[in-house]
Write a protein that binds this ligand. Structure first.
Ligand code: MN
Length: 403
C-alpha cells in the first residue's frame, strides 16, 4: 500500500476557491442577471456532494467538475446552463443526490441534461464501448441527448479526463484513450471543435502508443531551432509588403500535431525525416466583414509573388466552407531552400471559428446572448440528424479512426 500523503486542508480550500474564481472569469461574457448566483449554488452543492471524494491523483474531486465547467465556458463557449450542469455532472452518478433533488433545486432543464449525461456514461461503462458501431454511437447520442448540450459537456468531461489520465492504471488508460481516438475526437471534429479534436488525438496517441508519441515529440523538439529560422526567413519579405499595403496580419508557424504526423508516417509509409510539411505558415488578417474574401485573396497574391504555388494544392474553403464550418484559403508554395510549404490564409474570425467551432459565432453577431448559442446547438443537432448530407462524412471520420 502506498502511504497517504499529509493533506493541507486549508491550502486545498484556498485552491478550490481560486479555481472557482477562475471559472467565473471565464463565464464573464455570457453572465446575465442572476447567473452568478445560480453558478454559485451549483458550485456549493457539488462541493458538498463530493466533499469526501478524491480523484485517483489524490486531489479533491471538486477540481474535476470545476475544470469541466471551465472548459465548457472558455474552450467551447457555452453559457450558464451548461456551466451549472457541468458543475453537477457527476453528482447523480457518484453521490447520494438524486435527479429529483436536482430538479427541485435547478428545474427541469438542468435535470434533463444531467440525466442524459448520467445515461451516456452508463452506456460507456458497461465495457462494450469498443464494440459500438459508429452509426449506433451517433443514434445513441441523439436518443440519449435530447439537448445537444449533453454531448458538448460530455466532450468537455472527456477532455479533462484525458488531461489527467496520467494517474490512472495502465489498463484504464488504454481503454479511455482508445475510446477517445475512435469516438470522441471524430465527434469533436464533426462539430468543428478543432482545437479540442487535435488535443484529444494527441493525448489519445500519447497513452495508446507512448513510445511512438515520445519519439515524434523529441524529433520535433530537435528540429525546432532550424524550423524557426526557416519560418522567419519565409515570412520576412511577405511581412513587409503586407504592412506596405496596409493589411494588418499576424503570421505564425503552426506545427502539425503529433497525431497527424504519426498518421502520415503510417498511411504513407514514410519516415519522420521524409515529411516535408511538419508545419504550416498561417497568415491571419484583421479585416472588416465585407472585405474578408478579397483581402484573403490579396494576401494569396502577395505570397505567390514571392513563392511559386503548386496549382493542385490550392484549396478555397472561403467560397465553399467545409461541412463543419471551416473557412480558410490553403496553398502550398515552393519556399526558400526548395522546400514546399503549406500556407493557410484566413481572417481573425475564421481562425477563431476553426479553433472553437460554431461557439465562436456569438462574438461576430450583434449581441452575445443565449439565442446565438441556441442557434448553434440547433445546428449541431441538424448535423447529427441529417443523414443525407452529413452522415456519410460523419461515418467516414469514424471509420478512419477504427483501423
Ligand atoms: Mn466527469
Amino acid at each position: 500500500m502506498q502511504q497517504q500523503p499529509v493533506i493541507d486542508l486549508e491550502a486545498e480550500k484556498k485552491e478550490i476557491l481560486k479555481r472557482y474564481k477562475a471559472l467565473l472569469r471565464a463565464c464573464k461574457r455570457t453572465l446575465e442577471k442572476g447567473d452568478k448566483l445560480l453558478i454559485r449554488k451549483a458550485f456549493d452543492i457539488s462541493l458538498e456532494a463530493h466533499k469526501d471524494m478524491r480523484r485517483k491523483s489524490g486531489e479533491p474531486y471538486i477540481y474535476h467538475p470545476i475544470a469541466v465547467a471551465h472548459i465548457c465556458a472558455e474552450e467551447i463557449g457555452l453559457g450558464t446552463t451548461s456551466v451549472v450542469c457541468a458543475l453537477l455532472h457527476d453528482v447523480v452518478e457518484d453521490t447520494d443526490m438524486t435527479l429529483e433533488d436536482i430538479e427541485g433545486l435547478f428545474g427541469e432543464k438542468v435535470a434533463k441534461i444531467i440525466d442524459g449525461l448520467t445515461k451516456i456514461s452508463g452506456v460507456f461503462d458497461q465495457g462494450n464501448g469498443t464494440s459500438l458501431q459508429a452509426e449506433n454511437f451517433r443514434k445513441m447520442l441523439l436518443t440519449l441527448s435530447e439537448d445537444v448540450r449533453v454531448i458538448l459537456i460530455k466532450l468537455a468531461d472527456r477532455l479533462h479526463n484525458m488531461r489527467t489520465l496520467e494517474s490512472m492504471k495502465r489498463d484504464k488508460q488504454l481503454k479511455i484513450a482508445s475510446e477517445t481516438l475512435y469516438l470522441y475526437a471524430p465527434l469533436a471534429h464533426r462539430l468543428g471543435l478543432n482545437a479540442m479534436k487535435t488535443e484529444l488525438e494527441d493525448l489519445g496517441l500519447k497513452f495508446t502508443e507512448p513510445e511512438v508519441y515520445d519519439d515524434i515529440q523529441q524529433k520535433l523538439k530537435q528540429g525546432e531551432p532550424e524550423r524557426k529560422k526557416f519560418i522567419a526567413k519565409f515570412i520576412e519579405p511577405i511581412k513587409e509588403i503586407l504592412a506596405e499595403q496596409g493589411l494588418e496580419a499576424k503570421i505564425i508557424g503552426r506545427p502539425k500535431s503529433i497525431y497527424s504526423i504519426n498518421n502520415k508516417i503510417k498511411t504513407k509509409g514514410v519516415t519522420f525525416e521524409e515529411i516535408f510539411d511538419l508545419f504550416a505558415i498561417r497568415i491571419i488578417i484583421d479585416t472588416i466583414p465585407d472585405k474578408e474574401k478579397s483581402d484573403c485573396w490579396r494576401v494569396y497574391s502577395i505570397v505567390t509573388d514571392f513563392y511559386h504555388p503548386s496549382p493542385e494544392r490550392l484549396r478555397d474553403w472561403i467560397s465553399t466552407p467545409k461541412a463543419n464550418g471551416y473557412e480558410s484559403l490553403h496553398t502550398t508554395v515552393m519556399g526558400p531552400e526548395g522546400k514546399w510549404v503549406e500556407v493557410q490564409i484566413r481572417t481573425v474570425r475564421m481562425d477563431e471559428l476553426a479553433e472553437k467551432g460554431y461557439a465562436a459565432h456569438w462574438k461576430y453577431k450583434d449581441s452575445a446572448n443565449e439565442n446565438q448559442l441556441d442557434d448553434w446547438i440547433r445546428k449541431i443537432r441538424e448535423i447529427l440528424e441529417n443523414p443525407q448530407e452529413n452522415a456519410l462524412e460523419f461515418l467516414d471520420d469514424f471509420k478512419l479512426n477504427l483501423c
